[in-house]
Design a protein. Structure first.
Lengths: 227, 232
């Protein structure tokens, strides 16, 4: 299965969003990843439902909304998403993670969990039968451009193994510090979906088109080797 | 014209912010009003520090940052307001509103308190000597383009009087559903700055320049008439 790519829109330009979306569309990606922060669950604030609705108008690319907020279920219905889009929240931010998964599914969306670097897999073991995808944070959430926390890739490996055991073919996303030189290591750990930020999509030196082309080239090289 | 106009940038959309800001500057906006919402003090979420940094890069007009957040003191360093910017918060969202006013002023910013529709002017009695400005919400906080509440304008005069008693000239902003129908009314009640959203600036089918031009013309006409009446 080809690795899925998701540019992280918090790294896109606020000055000319429409242009950035066009460039991403031309390159071809699987989802646009949108980080929603409340300044409480994480020490940063980004954008909200109006921004997500704007993306929905600008493009047909599926959206992957990542809620980094306390009481995430307050926000589930506010984004104007549609079938094919998906939404994740942090089980650390609610007492009712299982109920939250159900609420997202009831909206017709894919429901996922995002796990902080400090959260063990055992904390979500009982939720695995009901998730549509899982996102492993390889940095502490809130800011782009931080260094990767190595043990998080071991968590990805253990999660991928556990999902195989359970016979669950759901996406394992890695979010945080995906770079050209660690990308294969991340995929080899078991990631099936990558969030691309300031290094591999919105790279100031290369620009969006060349960054995404380079990611795809690296992944093609791996597929070639496997074949 | 004495009254200043502050378009609320949350109403500008996200597609082409650079283009919109150029239009606002050319149309003679005086300030850019920035709503920061945390999904707790108000139901919506929007406009974080990176967005605000982009505004600073794209526009020379001073920013008027409105924290609609719980514990706004935590957001102050996050947003890192620059000298000359205006920063206002809802006093009921923090245990230490006076400390926060002084923290804002220490940064070289003007510090303001926002009065939600339910908060009486009296809530600012002890803050007035250190207030640079107030923002009076003329709608339910965080619900754009909702019903205009004329009675909220009556809070401007008492707050200004509290300031004057301490030799402090507090200016007043009015925020919420201000448009051609009520702009003069707000100015008559003491508004120095009108914050303009979907009714007063970003009106579907009308360009920004045309709408701001219309607002200016009507406010100027009111100001002239008021001056004339005072001279008599």
């Amino acid at each position: 299965m080809p690795v899925k790519l998701m540019p992280s829109m918090m790294c896109a330009s606020y000055a000319h969003l429409r242009e950035d979306v066009r460039l991403i569309e031309r390159a071809g990606v699987d989802y646009l990843h949108v980080d929603i922060m409340d300044g409480h669950f994480v020490p940063n604030l980004t954008v909200g439902p109006d921004y997500v609705k704007c993306l929905r108008r600008l493009t047909d690319i599926a959206l992957d909304v990542h809620l980094m907020t306390e009481e995430p279920d307050k926000f589930f219905g506010m984004f104007g998403l549609r079938a094919g889009d998906r939404m994740s929240f942090h089980p650390e931010a609610t007492c009712h993670a299982h109920r939250c998964l159900g609420k997202i599914k009831a909206l017709g969306l894919g429901a996922g969990l995002a796990l902080n670097p400090g959260t063990p897999l055992s904390a979500v073991e009982d939720l695995l039968p009901d998730v549509d995808f899982i996102q492993i944070m390889s940095v502490n959430p809130g800011f782009a451009g931080q260094p990767l926390i190595p043990q998080t890739l071991d968590k990805v490996r253990r999660l991928a193994a556990r999902l195989r055991e359970l016979g669950r073919a759901v996406d394992v996303t890695v979010d945080g510090s995906v770079q050209f030189d660690n990308l294969l290591r991340i995929v080899d750990s078991g990631a099936t979906c990558l969030v691309l930020g300031p290094f591999t999509c919105f790279n100031q030196e290369l620009g969006i088109e060349k960054s995404l082309a380079r990611v795809k080239e690296i992944l093609r090289g791996r597929e070639g080797k496997q074949a | 014209m004495n009254t200043r106009l502050a378009p609320s940038i949350m109403c500008a959309g996200y597609e082409d912010l650079g283009g919109t800001l150029r239009e606002l500057e050319a149309a003679g906006a005086d300030l850019i009003h920035v709503d920061v919402m945390d999904g707790k003090h108000v139901p919506n979420l929007m406009l974080g520090p990176d967005y605000v940094k982009t505004l600073r890069r794209l526009v020379k007009l001073p920013l008027d940052i409105h924290f609609m957040c719980l514990e706004p003191e935590r957001f102050l360093s996050m947003f890192d307001p620059q000298p000359g910017e205006r920063v206002a918060f809802h006093p009921e969202t923090t245990r230490h509103p006076h400390r926060l006013l002084k923290e804002i002023q220490k940064r070289g910013c003007l510090a303001g308190a926002v009065l939600g529709p339910a908060l009486p002017a009296g809530a600012l009695e002890e803050l007035a000597p250190d207030l640079d400005f107030i923002t009076v919400m003329s709608i339910d906080t965080g619900v754009p383009a909702s019903t205009f509440l004329p009675r909220t304008l009556d809070k401007i005069a008492p707050v200004k009087a509290m300031g004057r008693a301490w030799g402090k000239d507090i200016y007043a902003q009015v925020d919420g559903s201000i448009g051609p129908d009520n702009a003069a009314q707000a100015v008559a009640k003491g508004a120095d700055v009108l914050i303009l959203g979907y009714l007063g600036c970003f009106v579907e089918g009308v360009g920004i320049a045309a709408m701001l031009g219309r607002m200016k013309k009507l406010i100027l006409a009111y100001e002239e008439a008021a001056k004339g009446a005072a001279a008599k």
